[in-house]
Design a protein around this ligand. Structure first.
Ligand code: SF4
Ligand code: SF4
Length: 398
């Protein structure tokens, strides 16, 4: 893609985005969305040297959510970052953090304990720290590879089918979310298909400056999506960042791969499950109440403009009341909070959320995004679960 696709002149300089940017709020190193996005874009047209603070944008998309003019500020920033990386070369650290899906696939047959020993022993963490990945960062531990587990799984033969895009977090770090997803879709009468050909959605590649690699992933994933859409089979993901990538970033950044009936490609799984509830396809006889639950809405979920389906889903299916934390960004933004120079910024951004969770004294913390879960555990000491996992735990009384 080239930056001509987004017109910076739509910006009326109202500064609303500036107020909603969680990074600009906590560090003077970032000049903020209005300046780094549409204002600086004009300098980019003139090929004037890039403003260094561009690299502090977390691609959280809160600016896009707030802009009354519909300027895709985060896309302006990410395209500029990718152009900068192409011109000046990318950092090894950023390559490692953004190619996690590729690396995990290469190492998927290595035993989990061996991968974790290799990645998390103190010597590796010091080495990673020297290339710019903070040794304090809450890097998640590897788990069994979800798609290897899926291959051996026996599902009931059901007439209705649904395709599940697992995303790298489920594939590599928490396969149990994938199993919970299959469980709930089976309960709703859908047999779950997880295509072997799916690769990383590409959002970490875009966020770290590797646009060409992201374009390859987009083309590859969209061809799989097309195949199933043509068969009339819906495609869902439980990860808000993957869903947003397919709905917003792929059409905006790689319009050449999108076809007429694409329509956002991949749906939020929780939104689809709520439609199952409304159609009478999904319910549980026993209503489980009495648990106090607090929910954090990931920025990339809010950016989809679909409301907060996970709250409705947990409440409708279990009878529990869910408190919406409404405390902004957790500060991790994918791999942003893992970076040495951004680790502290991430914690400061997430402070309001951590304080809200701690003072709520809720028994269960829930959020859809895997790296938000890791950051919440890091900031509060409390484990956070995917909403579908919470539903399964409550229904099965685990
Ligand atoms: S994407 Fe997030 S960090 Fe970047 S400018 Fe927008 S609000 Fe700020
Ligand atoms: S919110 Fe939109 S219109 Fe207002 S300053 Fe930011 S980019 Fe410009």
């Amino acid at each position: 893609m080239s930056s001509e696709h987004i017109n910076p002149d739509k910006c009326i300089a109202c500064t609303i985005c500036q107020v909603h940017c969680p990074v600009a709020k906590v560090t003077p190193n970032f000049l903020g969305p209005r300046l780094i996005g549409p204002a600086y874009e004009r300098f980019r047209f003139l090929d004037i040297a890039e403003e260094e603070s561009l690299h502090y944008c977390a691609n959280c998309k809160n600016c896009d959510i707030s802009c009354p003019q519909g300027v895709s500020i985060s896309t302006l920033n990410m395209v500029a970052r990718c152009e900068y990386t192409e011109k000046n070369g990318g950092k090894l650290r950023d390559w490692v953090l953004s190619h996690g899906g590729f690396l995990a696939d290469v190492f998927k047959y290595i035993p989990t304990w061996m991968k974790n020993f290799g990645m998390h022993n103190p010597a590796t963490r010091i080495l990673l720290d020297t290339i710019g990945i903070s040794k304090k960062a809450p890097i998640p531990k590897f788990d069994k590879h979800f798609r290897l587990v899926y291959k051996k799984l026996k599902q009931p033969k059901l007439e209705k089918k649904i395709v599940f895009f697992p995303g790298c977090y489920v594939d590599d770090y928490d396969y149990s979310i994938g199993l919970d997803m299959i469980w709930i879709f089976n309960q709703a009468g859908y047999e779950v298909i997880v295509p072997e050909q799916f690769v990383c959605c590409g959002l970490p590649l875009v966020s770290n400056g590797f646009m060409k690699d992201a374009a390859k992933n987009a083309a590859s994933n969209v061809s799989v999506i097309k195949e199933y859409q043509e068969k009339g089979i819906p495609i869902v993901t439980g990860c808000p960042s993957c869903a947003l990538m397919f709905k917003k970033d792929v059409p905006e950044m790689f319009p050449e791969v999108v076809y007429d009936s694409y329509k956002g490609g991949v749906m939020d799984a929780q939104e689809f499950l709520m439609s199952c509830v409304e159609r009478g396809e999904l319910s549980f006889k026993e209503k489980i109440s009495g648990k106090s639950i607090i929910y954090h809405s990931p920025c990339h979920l809010r950016a989809q403009g679909i409301g907060l389906p996970s709250i409705d889903l947990i409440e409708k299916l279990t009878g529990s009341k869910v408190q919406n934390a409404q405390a902004g960004c957790c500060g991790i933004s994918g791999s942003y909070g893992f970076k040495k120079e951004k680790y502290q910024i991430g914690l400061e951004v997430g402070k309001e959320l951590f304080d809200t969770i701690k003072s709520s004294n809720c028994e269960i913390v829930t959020t859809e995004c895997g790296t938000c879960q890791a950051q919440i555990k890091h900031g509060t000491g409390q484990k956070a679960y995917h909403p579908v996992t919470v539903i399964r735990k409550l229904v099965e009384n685990k």
